[in-house]
Each structure stands twice: as structure tokens, then as C-alpha cells.
Ligand binder design. Structure first.
Ligand code: 5AD
Ligand code: SF4
Length: 430
């Protein structure tokens, strides 16, 4: 039995794709790279913007021929778009065998068992809310492992569909997180990426009844033998507090990069977006981070074209980005999502204005990115070899140096040039 998994969207979706695959792999299914070689395909979908959902729908549509070639094949559609569309998906695409929404991932092993048992005599063990510790499933290099620590989002940004499709926050027990980190480092992982929709809101009591917060979890994960690096994605600025900043500054394994989504530089728009913070509070956090960690690089998310965005609002966004100097940025055109508060307002920024603002913003962000990359030429950076001659510096920049290749090792590389979002270098140390 051969399995192919496609994960669209964010890192949570990629990690969930791995989790959806695990019970099947544990039962002897073999992952294959090509859909045509598969008996079962799982698509983990994204719906954060309409474009992401359309991509999933067109892929599902194209897989009708795959299914027609052999009707015993099984197509499973999971994730955020599956949650949003539910039964509408099976109606529109009768060749889909199972729809598993992001909220019912707990129930997935049972659902998939029911879907598969009839056809393949396959029994899938029931598991908890999160996958049991296991070897990393291969989308990222085995050197870098992802560990989900929380799911869901308790915020209610007015443009965002995530709280509706992923539900309220739930936090994984610290013992379970650490067990998975240990299992993955024993299997060769050297970098641990902690994952969650608002990952740093994590807090939970341990078995001994002690209150643990995200900063404590970071320290505990970093202390696991074999862990050279810890990263986390995606943090929410609201929970970037002194405890977290101190942990980042004090724990050498924690990498000097933080993703800090700003969304807009206009306080009027941040209010309408219900962002739970102003530009002043945002920049205060950025300032504290940079004074505690002078080498830290920040990245950000920006939405342009939110309903009622004026030239003046947009100008403030450009100024804020210039002030923040993100090493890189993810920029998005506003996309109305059914059922969100913002979708109740007219989507009144004309498409050509959105296009022009996005192009101007991207030009600014690309310029900042290039500048940051160029400033590294001539410097020596510490890299973790991920896939043999290729890896990342601690601040997140991708580096390619060729030889020697030693996956899992951290060493120094002198940067000699930069090309297309990747730094080029040569080894400085053997
Ligand atoms: N339209 C455009 N961008 C959005 N994002 C979330 N919802 C929307 C939307 N409706 C962006 C935000 C968030 C990132 C993951 O996606 O910038 O931080
Ligand atoms: Fe969406 Fe806001 Fe939650 Fe992020 S914090 S997932 S943007 S609602």
C-alpha cells in the first residue's frame, strides 16, 4: 500500500499532514513521491486566503482522473478548507472518499479506519489529540524536526478565518512535548521547531502541578541532550513578554530569529483588524527584543487592501516596514473570508490599487532583504548542515556552501556571496 501526502499552506498544515500520515505508515503504508504511484492520497488543505482554497480545489478536481483509473484508490481531504467546506466538498467532488476537518483531527484515526477498513482490511490504532512520539516524517530534513505544542487560536482578528476552522486553543502537556523532542533527537534531529497557531500562548501545568509557560517550555526543550537549536512558529506579539525575551537571550540553543506579524502600520486599521495591539506596543516589543538580543532578525506579515485602506494608511505601513527593517516579510492582498467580521464590510480597495500597493510594498521588502543579505558577505556565520552542504544560519538565512557535507553538524561558514534568498559561502572550519 502506497501513500502520497500533499500539504498546502502553513507549517502547521505541513506538520498536520505528517500526523495524518502517521497512523497509516504505522500500519505498513509506504510514502511515495508521485501521486500516480499511490493507493491513498491525503491532501491537507489551507483556507486562510481564497487563493489557497482555490489551489486545493483545483488539485482535488484534477485527481478525478487518478481516481477513475482505479476506483479502489482512496482520496482523503483534510485540514482548514475541509473544515470550512465540509459536506459541500463531497457534494462537489463525489470522488472524495473522506473529508476530515481541522477541528476533528482528534477523531481522524477512527474516521480513516472506517473509510479504509472496508476496502483494505486495514485497522488504524486510535491515538490522542497529537501524534505519539515517532521518527520525523519526511518533508523537512530529518535534522530539523517539528513538534506541535498547541492548536487553535483564541484571538479574533476581524479578517481571519483561522479561529473558525481550527477552534479554540488547546495545549499539549509538557511531558508529551518533551517525549517527542527526545524521540526525535534520538532519531537524529538537531533542530527543533515548536509549532502552534499562536505558539507562544502555550501554557499548561506539568504532571507535578507546576505552572509552565512558553518560556519554560523553551528552556526545557533546549535542555534535551542532542538539541543544538530551537525555533518556534508562529508567535503572536501579544505573548512576546519579558519572560520570553529573557529565555531567548539566555538559552544559547534558541535561534536569533523571531516572526512578528505587524499586519498594518496604521493604528486605525489595526483597530478595525481587532489586532489587540497598536503600532506603539508592537515597536516597543521589537525594541526590547533587539536590545536583549542585538543579533536578532525579525520577519513579519503584512496585509494590504484591508477594507477602507487609504493611501495614508498604506503610507504608514510602508513607513512602519522601513522602521522595522524585517529580514524578510510575507505580504498578502486582503482576501475576504466568509463569516469573518471584516467580510461584512465592502471589499472596497479596487483590485488595481491592491496590485499597485502590493508591488510597492514588495519592492521595499525585497530591498530590505537584499540589504540584509549583502551585509553578511564577508562575515562568518554559524550554520547547521541540514541536507549536506546546505542549511541555515541561526538568524534564519539559508546558506549553501557545498563541502564538507555533514548533516546534523553545526559549523562556521564564511559568506562569499548572495543569490536568490540564499547566501553562498565556503567552510571556515572542519
Ligand atoms: N487576507 C489576507 N491575508 C490574511 N492573513 C490571514 N487572513 C488573511 C486574509 N483574510 C495573513 C495574515 C496572517 C498570515 C498567516 O496570513 O498576515 O498573519
Ligand atoms: Fe488569525 Fe489573528 Fe489568530 Fe493569527 S492571531 S490565527 S491572524 S485570528
Amino acid at each position: 500500500m502506497r501513500l502520497h501526502v500533499v500539504a498546502l499552506g502553513c507549517q502547521m498544515s505541513v506538520a498536520d499532514g505528517g500526523e495524518l500520515a502517521q497512523p497509516l505508515i504505522a500500519r505498513g503504508m509506504r510514502p511515495v513521491a508521485e501521486p500516480k504511484d499511490a493507493d491513498v492520497i491525503i491532501i491537507n488543505t489551507c483556507t486562510v486566503r481564497q487563493h489557497a482554497e482555490d489551489k486545493a480545489l483545483s488539485l482535488i478536481g484534477r485527481l478525478k482522473t487518478w481516481k477513475d483509473e482505479n476506483p479502489a484508490r482512496i482520496l482523503i481531504v483534510a485540514g482548514c478548507a475541509a473544515e470550512r467546506l465540509g459536506g459541500r466538498l463531497s457534494k462537489r467532488f463525489p470522488h472524495v472518499d473522506l473529508v476530515v476537518g481541522a477541528k476533528v483531527i482528534d477523531d481522524y484515526p477512527r474516521l480513516v479506519e472506517e473509510a479504509l477498513a472496508a476496502r483494505f482490511d486495514l485497522i488504524v490504532q486510535r491515538r490522542g489529540n497529537f501524534a505519539a512520539p515517532g521518527v520525523p516524517f519526511g518533508w523537512t530534513s530529518p535534522v530539523c524536526a517539528q513538534v506541535t505544542v498547541m492548536r487553535g487560536c483564541n484571538f479574533s482578528c476581524s479578517y481571519c478565518i483561522v479561529p473558525a476552522v481550527r477552534g479554540r486553543e488547546s495545549y499539549r502537556a509538557p511531558e508529551a512535548v518533551l517525549a517527542e523532542v527526545r524521540a526525535k533527537t534520538e532519531a537524529g534531529a538537531r533542530e527543533i521547531m515548536l509549532l502552534g497557531q499562536t505558539v507562544n500562548s502555550w501554557r499548561r501545568r506539568d504532571a507535578a502541578g507546576r505552572k509552565r509557560r512558553f518560556a519554560d517550555l523553551l528552556r526545557d526543550v533546549a535542555a534535551v541532550p542532542g538539541v543544538l537549536r530551537v525555533r518556534f512558529e508562529s508567535p503572536h506579539p501579544h505573548f512576546v513578554d519579558d519572560a520570553l525575551i529573557s529565555a531567548m537571550a539566555e538559552v544559547p540553543q534558541v535561534c536569533g530569529h523571531l516572526h512578528l506579524p505587524l499586519q498594518s502600520g496604521s493604528d486605525r486599521l489595526l483597530g478595525l483588524m481587532r489586532r489587540n495591539g497598536s503600532t506603539a506596543s508592537f515597536f516597543e516589543k521589537a525594541r526590547r527584543l533587539r536590545s536583549a538580543l542585538p543579533e536578532i532578525e525579525l520577519s513579519t506579515d503584512i496585509i494590504i487592501g484591508f477594507p477602507s485602506e487609504t493611501d495614508d494608511d498604506f503610507q504608514r505601513t510602508l513607513e512602519a516596514v522601513e522602521r522595522l527593517r524585517p529580514a524578510w516579510a510575507y505580504t498578502f492582498k486582503y482576501s475576504p473570508r466568509e463569516g469573518t467580521e471584516a467580510a461584512g464590510r465592502p471589499d472596497d480597495v479596487p483590485p488595481e490599487v491592491k496590485e499597485e500597493r502590493l508591488a510597492r510594498l514588495n519592492a521595499l521588502c525585497d530591498g530590505l532583504n537584499e540589504k540584509a543579505m549583502r551585509s553578511r558577505v564577508g562575515r562568518v556565520v554559524k550554520i547547521l548542515d541540514e541536507t549536506g552542504g546546505y542549511g541555515r544560519a541561526r538568524d534564519g538565512f539559508r546558506v549553501k556552501w557545498g563541502t564538507p557535507a555533514a548533516p546534523g553538524r553545526e559549523f562556521r561558514v564564511r559568506v562569499t556571496g548572495a543569490s536568490k534568498r540564499t547566501l553562498l559561502g565556503e567552510c571556515h572550519e572542519r
